[in-house]
Design a protein around this ligand. Structure first.
Ligand code: SF4
Length: 326
């Protein structure tokens, strides 16, 4: 979806605490309270309880709440539009403070809920089948803009206290904004924050090998998924130009050296496109490529998004492709 990032002007607003980590909140609040635990309380209200009104953080002294609410705010991005699917999934168009727009998706699969988040406005990687890729990069998202996507969806769907998954698979390449993604991730998995298990957060990359190696050094870290999209280099060079820098051998090697925990696997997402990468030979090559790896392969039929020349394969074709992988 083509999105613009215009700049809104207007009176300057108080600093937004949403997106700050524990230390940043503590230093913002330090001039107004000598008690470090007040920062921990604000942290828990913002991320653990999704409270946006400082005056309603009721275990803080009333005078402090009043003072803080005059100097700070807790603001999430604004939901501009919700597009509903027949299966119960919902796409949220979210407006940011500078006028930029991103998308986040609430995905319902049976009883399982997954939130698909954006990490950038636009994307510089220009995958041929992706509408976001036609925009180029507008800018990276800040941690609060990443977490804000969870907050607005969690409130709209009463997710607080429930178990859900998060995947960085929306607009943008998360490994190109890894500092902000990891800062947001740490607040997601903080027990006083969003309280998610690290095992329930997955980062999906188009195949940025140095970024995969950097992610491997983080602890805790999200699980790794690779958007593969092709079974051979000549095909992947066309579909996903990042392959011209890091080819399939380099990418598979990076997955092989990625340190996995017990029972953890790398996920290969294979976007199946009619007449492009869905032949029997593609299935055999894909099986060979991913053999001997601790990995699972997810076949995702292409969701026609308006990019000319790319179509969803038939259910029979997708079924046969999956069967050939077994
Ligand atoms: S990396 Fe993802 S968001 Fe970027 S162009 Fe490719 S498919 Fe689209």
């Amino acid at each position: 979806m083509q999105r613009s990032a215009t700049t809104r002007t207007g009176p300057s607003r108080p600093p937004n605490l949403f997106g700050m980590d524990r230390e940043e909140i503590a230093s913002a609040l330090a001039p107004f309270t000598g008690r470090p635990y007040h920062a921990s309380q604000v942290f828990h209200w913002m991320y653990g309880r999704l409270q946006t009104d400082l005056r309603d953080m009721t275990d803080l002294p009333a005078a402090l709440r009043r003072g803080l609410s005059e100097r700070f705010r807790v603001t999430w991005p604004e939901v501009k539009e919700i597009r509903r699917s027949a299966d119960g999934s919902k796409k949220y168009v979210v407006a940011l403070e500078d006028g930029g727009e991103i998308e986040a998706v609430y995905i319902l699969y049976g009883a399982r809920v997954t939130l698909c988040l954006s990490s950038q406005i636009g994307c510089p990687l220009a995958c041929a089948f992706c509408l976001t890729g036609t925009m180029g990069l507008v800018r990276n998202l800040a941690p609060g803009e990443i977490l804000g996507q969870i907050a607005v969806i969690a409130r709209d769907n009463a997710l607080a206290g429930t178990s859900y998954r998060v995947v960085f698979m929306g607009m943008g390449e998360p490994l190109l904004n890894l500092d902000a993604v990891m800062r947001a991730f740490r607040l997601m998995v903080d027990t006083k924050g969003f309280g998610l298990s690290p095992r329930r957060v997955t980062l999906s990359t188009a195949g940025l090998v140095p970024g995969i190696d950097r992610l491997a050094r983080e602890s805790p870290r999200p699980r790794l998924a690779i958007s593969l999209g092709a079974s051979r280099d000549v095909q992947r060079d066309d579909l996903m130009p990042i392959n011209r820098r890091y080819d399939l051998d380099a990418l598979i090697d990076a997955c092989r050296r990625f340190p996995l925990g017990p029972r953890e696997k790398v996920t290969f997402e294979y976007c199946l496109i009619d007449g492009v990468n869905d032949s029997d030979e593609d299935a055999f090559r894909l099986a060979r490529r991913t053999r001997n790896l601790r990995a699972k392969v997810n076949i995702i039929p292409y969701n026609e998004a308006g990019v000319p020349g790319f179509k969803t394969p038939s259910a029979e074709r997708a079924g046969r492709f999956r069967d050939l992988l077994l």
